[in-house]
Ligand binder design. Structure first.
Ligand code: FES
Length: 160
């Protein structure tokens, strides 16, 4: 689909979502939640429509999206691998997990593999410090992780 068509679709759909809410900036988070749920990320064009309709500067919307970890600016893979680099996980070697993920999937955090299957996120504390080091595949948490275990889990998802 051409970019113009995609933008038009996003515009129409974002306006549909906006209709559910009063035109108040206090509704921004709820609106962004709906957009994130619909697309799996917050498309730039949706941000532009929100900015225009609610008279909120783009920079402010960008600030909110980047502040909350549940919002993302780019699509994620079918299997999103989050590696915790929070203090507890970091001191127990989670950087090695991240290095391994980058090496195996040949992408950087924030990127998606060309087949759309995997993406990597480096995150700060997922609230499971007692299990450090921790990584997640979508909502599934893997604790006390080793590079070997990480490899085995990735193998399983590669074969799905
Ligand atoms: S630092 Fe990794 S779960 Fe808290």
């Amino acid at each position: 689909m051409e970019e113009k068509c995609v933008n038009q679709k996003v515009e129409t759909e974002t306006k549909e979502i906006l209709k559910k809410y009063p035109k108040e900036r206090s509704r921004l988070i709820a609106i962004l939640n709906d957009i994130q749920e619909k697309y799996g990320y917050i498309p730039k064009h949706a941000q532009m429509v929100i900015s225009e309709e609610l008279s909120i500067p783009m920079a402010e919307i960008y600030g909110v999206i980047t502040f909350y970890s549940r919002f993302t600016l780019a699509p994620k893979g079918k299997y999103n691998i989050s590696i915790c680099l929070g203090t507890a996980c970091y001191v127990k070697g989670s950087q090695k997990l991240l290095d391994r993920a980058k090496e195996r999937l040949k992408i950087e955090p924030g990127q998606v593999t060309p087949d759309g299957k995997f993406s990597i996120d480096d995150v700060r504390c997922v609230g499971a410090c007692g299990l450090a080091p921790v990584f997640m595949v979508n909502d599934e948490v893997y604790g006390n992780a080793t590079v070997k275990q990480f490899d085995e889990v990735i193998d399983q998802y590669m074969n799905k």
